[in-house]
Design a protein around this ligand. Structure first.
Ligand SMILES: [Fe+2]
Ligand SMILES: [Fe+2]
Length: 185
């Protein structure tokens, strides 16, 4: 880009507004889809146990989030991530595996994922301007829901899960990779 061309709102290598909004909707739809699948995996194992009710109530919110982003994908003509079939399986597997380790490990999974998603939504809210006020409000509202889920996980013994630090560390790394891929692919 020539130095004489004034482009105050955009630096070389930055995304255009349209590309930014595209990425935000694509990755958020993928993330909410993954969240629904994680809870489906957890419920396949813990659905009839005392933890089932708590997990189901979080799953209800994730389905709400997902249906909003499904709408936005259509309205804004965004290409969904090509990773969707993979997230279908990976989300369910992550949910079922953590649930097999016990209800506290399932809660630790929620804490790990929601901590990453809280940062992720906060980053998006900071990037969106008033021209995308509606999308920004959605991201902020959902961020609050995800923070509630994190707190629910903590309240239900997440930190007492065996190997809490290693488990949450691995899940966070996986979640960050999933975000990176779903923004781009
Ligand atoms: Fe969500
Ligand atoms: Fe959530």
């Amino acid at each position: 880009m020539s130095e004489t061309t004034p482009r105050p709102e955009r630096l070389p290598g930055d995304l255009t507004r349209e590309q930014l909004v595209d990425r935000i909707i694509r990755v958020d739809q993928a993330g909410e889809y993954g969240a629904v699948r994680i809870y489906e995996g957890q419920l396949s194992v813990l659905g009839r146990t005392p933890a089932g009710g708590v997990i189901r109530s979080m799953a209800v919110k994730e389905r709400e989030h997902l249906s909003k982003f499904n709408e936005l994908i259509v309205e804004r003509r965004v290409r969904p991530t090509a990773m969707q079939p993979f997230w279908h399986l990976a989300g369910f597997t992550l949910g079922a595996t953590t649930a097999l380790l016990g209800p506290r490990a399932a809660m630790a999974c929620t804490v790990a994922v929601e901590e990453v998603i809280d940062e992720h939504y906060a980053g998006q809210v900071a990037k969106l301007g008033d021209d995308e006020g509606e999308l920004r409000d959605i991201c902020e509202r959902y961020r609050q829901d995800e923070i509630d889920h994190r707190d629910t996980g903590l309240k239900h013994g997440a930190e007492q899960a065996p190997g809490y630090r290693a488990l949450t560390g691995a899940i966070k790394a996986g979640s960050r990779l999933a975000i990176w891929l779903s923004e781009r692919i």
